[in-house]
Design a protein around this ligand. Sequence first.
Ligand code: NAD
Length: 356
Amino acid sequence: MKKKIAVLKGDGIGPEIVTEALKVLKKIGEKCGHEFETEELFFGGASIDKYGEPLTDETLNICKNSDAVLLGAVGGPKWDNVDKDKRPEKGLLKIRKELGLFANLRPTKLYKELENSCPLKKEIIKSGIDFVMIRELTGGVYFGKKETKEVDGMIVATDEMKYTEEEIRRIGVIAFDTARKRNKKVTSIDKSNVLDTSKLWRKIMHELSEKYSDVKYEDMLVDSASMQIIKNPSGFDVVVTENMFGDILSDEASVLAGSIGMMPSASLGSTKLGLYEPIHGSAPDIAGLNISNPIGTILSVAMMFRYSFDMENEALLIEKAVEKVLADGYRTTDLFVEGTKKLSCSEMGDTISKTI
Ligand code: NAD
């Protein structure tokens, strides 16, 4: 099969981790007989330096006409003081919006070999941690009307939180479909005891759960969910929630995997075109040292195979290779402990590619 992939390496460690992910892509192409056409484009700070803006129309068009977009990370102190409308993160918001990506999927998986790096007690993690958090990405309070004004001599700030039934339904469908490919359980998180948006959220999720009768369904209030992620993470399979709750809970979940460098993500919309990136930032503190962990980016490529290309087998080849390399005791600096073998970023990419 032939696929076109737009590659946005970005800033900081972006170029080094994406280079390793591309090695893995090439290896899968050779092994499974696929052809991948990759086009590298400037994005974020690198694009500001070259074109004066974080995302040009030309780059955006190439992304729109690709089968998938692979992204490293953007930002860094060099661009902290540029005009706020031209900052690297503006490029990120724009590309997600322009590609219509309304669902963000973040798998949280604790590999057996990394149990010592998990901050939770052994008895809590003994049943394993393996769930996907699905966050609504383009609605809710972050995109509602905002206003700060003076009323009777007092400054008052307001953020509107709004959801339509269609916005809720389309992310619900992604959650239930994802659960069908996994362990067939959806936990929907809301605050329906207080918020109208959550009441609507719960109503639509219940309607969907009747259609997906093969998938086990439960509701959970967001305050309770924040405790359950720590007390009983094994109880989750697919978690779906609105934008702000997902923003906070997905960061809470990210510490369970041992290192932020391990965590992949996918942003999806109503077509097969998706954006794949590790959850971490550009890590300027270690950029250029060849010590970063490329696994989050490599696992993002596995998600690309699964969600944009419908190639489950290829996704599993990558995930199994990562598992094997960890089982063989190889670690990048962020995961290194006495008794394991330390690899640089590029050596980790080579080792995973060789293992596939
Ligand atoms: P960060 O995720 O870049 O780094 C946090 C810590 O984790 C640092 O100590 C870093 O060295 C470490 N780390 C991150 N990724 C790693 C990896 N793959 N291997 C090993 N260690 C890793 O967060 P930050 O320092 O708050 O942000 C740095 C820059 O990244 C900022 O400009 C921020 O705006 C930007 N940022 C971008 C994105 C994105 O592109 N999606 C996301 C978050 C932050």
